[in-house]
Design a protein around this ligand. Structure first.
Ligand SMILES: Cc1ncc(COP(=O)(O)O)c(C=O)c1O
Length: 393
């Protein structure tokens, strides 16, 4: 039985529902002791050991065994990952190719521009992603320092085929650094950092990893770190400086205290528990469970006579679904009815279709915890809420 207070089930595409053990670890909670929270030094031996262990475990989550790869965990959120990439890997005036399949791809492009990069953007049609021939053509036309793709664009639920992308880049422009925004994909979609030859994957604590909001998490390749070390100009950032954070992460992983800016002991303890839970079972099993939940959601949506925003099955994310509403129903009609049934979904976010769809996040404990019926409950609530809006399948 969960010890969380009764609450509507949070099934937006992040933050997600949390496991009790993750929340309890923020307060050093012991099941048998009525003692909840105490503060802890960020350089004390207990916390240093936990932080070091967390960084080592992240190597397994991202599937890298290359000692030159470097995990980073920094107070912040997914957006900090964009700043780390744009400010540290690209010098002003250098070319960047951004592949966008929605709001978050567009925003990553804006972040690159903010640091002076010359951005070329390829945007997929709504509900789709940039196509391999367009990407190959662009890479042949110009030298790009960096190419970025949003693995799952949370605004549309479109999944990018990262593995094929890396194969194209390695063949056509092997020097180009490959960056993946994995904010809505790490710990729910397969990412094989070494085998695919990725250079940076960024994410955040509050999505499929299942830890409260507040941590930026990323993996940089040895090649990306080398680019940071050998750049000609100093990056115009202070907090988001990879050079400043690198020795801190290396020290913590070697279980040595270190200081640049105070980390959150509570959040990092929660992250340690969340990542340990993810790694308790083979990653392949976790990805498969998300695929099965996704299949169930997409089938129910089709049976209801509705469409998902990501039109082709191969472009559909497995940990969220963006669902087009019937013409007669709008998000403000249906979201309160879902809430009355104890389910929270999110509204649309894409600039062209925002008022026509809703988003359902099915990831982390809602999919992995066999005691929970979150996905089934949500699908029942969706059917009931549509009927209350007067819709008949
Ligand atoms: C794909 C993607 N990238 C980046 C972000 C930005 O992350 P945050 O809101 O944690 O700053 C989000 C947030 O939902 C996202 O879904």
């Amino acid at each position: 039985m969960s010890s969380q207070a009764a609450h509507p089930t949070l099934l937006i595409p992040g933050p997600i529902e949390f496991d009790d053990a993750v929340l309890q670890s923020m307060g050093h909670y012991r099941q048998l002791l009525p003692v909840l929270v105490y503060s802890e030094s960020h350089v004390g031996p207990g916390f240093v050991a936990t932080f070091g262990d967390t960084l080592s475990k992240l190597r397994k989550l991202f599937q890298t065994t290359d000692p030159a790869s470097q995990p980073f965990v920094i107070n912040g959120s997914g957006t900090l990952g964009w700043d780390l990439v744009a400010a540290n890997l690209v010098e002003p005036g250098e070319n960047v190719l951004v592949l966008s399949s929605g709001y978050f791809g567009d925003a990553f492009a804006d972040c690159f521009s903010a640091y002076g990069a010359k951005v070329t953007k390829i945007t997929g049609a709504v509900g789709s992603r940039p196509q391999p021939d367009e990407i190959e053509k662009a890479l042949k036309e110009k030298k790009y320092k960096v190419i970025s793709a949003t693995h799952v664009d949370t605004s549309t639920g479109v999944l990018f085929d990262l593995k094929s992308l890396t194969a194209i880049v390695k063949r056509v422009s092997p020097e180009t650094l490959i960056i993946a925004d994995g904010v809505c994909s790490v710990a729910c979609e397969e990412i094989d950092f070494d085998a695919w030859g990725l250079d940076v994957v960024i994410t955040a604590s509050q999505k499929a990893i299942g830890c409260p909001t507040g941590l930026h998490i990323s993996m940089f390749s040895g090649r990306a770190i080398e680019v940071v070390k050998t750049r000609k100009t100093e990056p115009a950032v202070y907090f988001a400086s990879i050079k400043r954070w690198l020795p801190i992460m290396q020290n913590y992983e070697a279980k040595k205290p270190s200081y640049f800016s105070t980390p959150s002991p509570q959040l990092i303890r929660a992250l340690n528990t969340a990542v340990s839970q993810v790694l308790d079972r083979p990653l392949s099993e976790r990805f498969q469970r998300h695929i099965e939940a996704s299949d169930k959601v997409k089938k129910t949506v089709a049976d209801l006579g509705l469409k998902v925003v990501a039109s082709k099955p191969e472009d559909q994310a497995h940990a969220m679904t963006a669902i087009y509403l019937p013409d007669s129903v709008s998000p403000p009609d249906i979201l309160p009815k879902l809430l009355n049934k104890g389910i929270i979904f999110a509204g649309g976010l894409h600039k062209d279709i925002g008022s026509k769809y809703i988003r359902f996040g099915h990831m982390g404990p809602s999919v992995m915890d066999p005691k929970r019926r979150d996905v089934d409950n949500a699908l029942d609530a969706l059917k009931g809420a549509l009927a209350e809006c007067g819709y008949k399948a």
